[in-house]
Design a protein around this ligand. Sequence first.
Ligand SMILES: [Zn+2]
Length: 275
Amino acid sequence: MALVTMNELLPAARKEKRAVGAFNVANYETALAILKAAEAEKSPVIIQVYDRLFESYKAADLAGTLLRLARRADVPISLHLDHGTSLEHVAAALHAGYTSVMLDGSRLPFDENVRVTRQAVDFAHGAGCSAEGEIGHVAQGDETALTVVDEAVKFAAATRVDALAVSIGTAHGYYKAKPKIDVERCREIAEALPDLPLVLHGGTGTPLEDVRAVIRCGIAKVNIATEFLDTYLKSSRAELEKLDGKFIPPDKFYDPVVEACAAHAARLIRFFAGR
Ligand SMILES: [Zn+2]
């Protein structure tokens, strides 16, 4: 049905106190699984790719496939650059046809984060696309810095981001211990920014009751990477074991893997939608 930007998806989701799932994909099969899941749930979805794919031809090559999938889907799909590390990658994503970008300046000093994010927003808006920024820092093997409410308000006004990633106790990857999610902080940020869709990074392994609570507070996009991509790996491993060394053409081999990944994503999409 439609290739869209996040602006066609997230403001409505925030108003209705639901969230759109944003899944990292790495190849045709993982992308196809997300398309199937979204269609099965009759829900919009965001397909996103890691910034490192822009260090080679992978992101641009994959864009051809993603654009085709999004255009033939019977639900709205946005294609997004996740954690862009440079304005060059932001420009490359927009050039390749992605409809949304994130510039992650969350480890930079506040003013520098504002400066680069604002530029990314200008690039995106100039191309008719949407942009996400991050204030506070969601950890990835480094130190978390929870989002400060006043800083979030200043950051949003100065950058004009369309969606704001906030740090409220989640982390990227699998957790070693149960995370403490600061729902109250999320509520305060959302109340201070009543119209801006907020983004939860580090969705993998975050207790679902916490995810539900922060969606009620203003989180309108939930990022899922590790647990979805790990489903792909685990399912592939299980299928290989079943084969026990026998040959099967890879297109057939991946059919059940895609189904397993689609089922996993569909459960999450349904949950984020509040169904
Ligand atoms: Zn993230």
